[in-house]
Ligand binder design. Structure first.
Ligand SMILES: Nc1ncnc2c1ncn2[C@@H]1O[C@H](COP(=O)(O)OP(=O)(O)O)[C@@H](O)[C@H]1O
Ligand SMILES: [Mg+2]
Length: 294
């Protein structure tokens, strides 16, 4: 394999996941640099077109970009990545894939259209239609979710019709779009996090919440390594493929009617999964970078 110049697009070069990716890349003989997406600006419509970094043209070679765009700057990050793509840069995860995964409704629509099983889910704009949707998904209890949320923030469980309706009323007053979702009771605060790289599930853990219904590691959940059954592995790979991602962290709930897809994360955290499984996920990701850069 020739030496690649790999660029990690991140606001946090010191974070666990980014340092792991950088050291895996260096260990495989590649050059690594970081670009902070908030320092990138776009120029168009002149001979000076391109992405500027701190106001300067980027002159370094870039064989492959690894986007690690934080949820707080999704839209800006996507605009910058789109410009890199327009100029022919190779991205590990495409702009379209990242955009699809950041909107939970859009992702659910893609999964459902692809025939992948999801919890009963509804979307409506106004309070009245949302109230009706609460019953349609089998509540209460019912799950309400912001379309863009991460680390469990933006996911609520309402145990009574009255509490669900009051939350729905507040959110629609704030013009905050939400989805209403069946509460998968039998999951009991557990879910599966599966890391898909290319067309393989390379690592999986069972996450148990620390008392909450949400199993996110950032909410106090703990992970243990698991071996996936064939069906769960298949839907994790399919979900990643149907959003057009090469690398993803897929969340799956185990229900009485089989595995149900929750969401796909385009910049999955590596600390929890590597700790739980002892699998060198960063190394697998860099080997995928090599494969697509060839
Ligand atoms: N419909 C549901 N039924 C039961 N638990 C759920 C449901 N949706 C989400 N959860 C729990 O909440 C967690 C966070 O939800 P998720 O959709 O993955 O949002 P986030 O992007 O914040 O991680 C999940 O990992 C799961 O433990
Ligand atoms: Mg999640």
């Amino acid at each position: 394999m020739r030496r690649l110049e790999i660029v990690i697009i991140t606001q946090g070069p010191e974070l666990y996941s980014t340092t792991r990716l950088a050291s895996a890349a260096r260990a495989r003989g590649h050059g690594v640099s970081h670009l902070n997406p908030t320092r990138c600006t776009i120029r168009m419509g002149s001979d000076n077109r391109g992405v500027l970094y701190n106001g300067q043209r980027i002159v370094q070679p870039m064989d492959c970009l690894i986007p690690r765009i934080g949820a707080s700057i999704t839209q800006h990050g996507l605009r910058v990545l789109r410009q890199f793509e327009a100029e022919g840069a190779l991205l590990l995860n495409s702009t379209q894939g990242i955009a699809g995964s950041r909107d939970k409704l859009r992702a659910m629509q893609a999964f459902d259209a692809a025939g992948l099983d999801i919890p009963r889910t509804a979307y409506a704009r106004g309070a009245e239609d949302l109230r009706r949707a609460l019953g349609d998904v089998g509540g209460p209890p019912v799950i309400l979710k912001l379309l863009e949320g991460t680390q469990g923030i933006g996911v609520m469980r309402c145990d009574t019709v009255a509490s669900a309706e009051s939350v729905v009323d507040v959110l629609s007053r704030l013009q905050q779009p939400i989805i209403v979702q069946e509460y998968v009771r039998e999951a009991r605060g557990q879910d599966l996090r599966i890391i898909v790289v290319g067309d393989r599930a390379v690592a999986a853990m069972l996450r148990k919440s620390g008392g909450d219904f949400r199993s996110n590691i950032h909410r106090g959940g703990t992970g243990t390594a698991v071996t996936l059954d064939a069906e769960t592995e298949r839907i994790a790979i399919e979900a990643t493929r149907c959003l057009g991602l090469r690398v993803a962290g897929v969340d799956v709930l185990e229900s009485d009617r089989g595995p149900l897809l929750l969401e796909v994360n385009s910049s999955p955290g590596l600390e929890g999964i590597e700790g739980a499984t002892n699998i060198d996920v960063a190394n697998q990701i860099i080997s995928e970078v090599e494969r697509i850069s060839d």
